[in-house]
Design a protein around this ligand. Structure first.
Ligand SMILES: [Zn+2]
Ligand SMILES: [Zn+2]
Length: 242
């Protein structure tokens, strides 16, 4: 049996390449791309804390833009770091108190570091129980990532029942952790808007429950790190679950 699913040409017009992180156990260098581990911090900066509970946030991900696939560098920049910090405190339960599933929550920080060659703080005190780190050693292309049916409908496409079935069978958009491509929305299309220009923010990284990061978003939800196309410094993270 041939398990390759041919997507209809109408859907393939929206094709984008997404990239799965290829990871290994353990932390990498300070400026490496990684899930959890030690983040690059400015020399005079302490480990970021959550304003709701005043304890250190977890580093969820750090991306070194210089090591991304060239097509993603064109989109996101070719130098510097993107970092996502998230409070996982259970007492108080900051995720709920701060509604961390919505974009721009207080207990979450997403930011861009322009110059990681500047002096760094390599000894900052992080969370008491850091999540297990995985360093990202490369990226594996998914050549045929396409939007989900809901997003296709929003873009004005009309799908036949056969086309919907093909999309479903192909398991597109791809779930799991991935850079770029199309978001696999859990609760419908939810792109955040930039607070500065109202533009639709674009997918940087999809972070799925218990993939590379040993963390569960609600009941097996998925999160999306997004960036404003006009304001490279405006980044945010939001997630949804079933
Ligand atoms: Zn907190
Ligand atoms: Zn903007």
């Amino acid at each position: 049996m041939n398990n390759e699913t041919i997507l209809p040409p109408t859907i393939l017009t929206h094709r984008r390449t997404a990239y799965r992180p290829v990871t290994t156990e353990g932390d990498g260098e300070l400026t490496a791309s990684k899930f959890s581990g030690r983040p690059w911090l400015k020399a005079d900066e302490s480990w970021p804390t959550c304003p709701n509970c005043n304890t250190a946030q977890q580093l969820f991900v750090q991306l070194n833009l210089a090591s991304l696939p060239p097509a993603e560098q064109t989109r996101l920049g070719d130098h510097g770091l993107l970092q996502l910090f998230y409070c996982t405190s259970s007492d108080p339960l900051c995720e709920v108190q701060c509604e961390a599933y919505f974009p721009f929550a207080r207990s979450v920080m997403a930011r861009r570091i322009d110059d990681p060659s500047a002096p760094a703080n390599t000894a900052a005190q992080g969370p008491a129980e850091p999540l297990a780190a995985r360093r990202i050693e490369g990226w594996e292309a998914i050549d045929d990532d396409v939007p989900g049916w809901e997003e296709l409908y929003q873009m004005g496409d009309q799908l036949s029942p056969e086309e919907e079935e093909a999309l479903d069978k192909a398991e597109r958009p791809a779930t799991g952790d991935k850079l770029g491509g199309w978001p696999a929305w859990v609760q419908g299309v939810e792109y955040p808007s930039c607070p500065q220009c109202d533009a639709r923010m674009e997918l940087v990284l999809q972070i799925d429950s218990e993939d590379n990061l040993p963390y569960m978003f609600g009941d097996m939800g998925a999160g999306h790190l997004t960036c404003c196309p006009n304001h490279p410094d405006v980044l945010t993270f939001a997630w949804a679950c079933y």
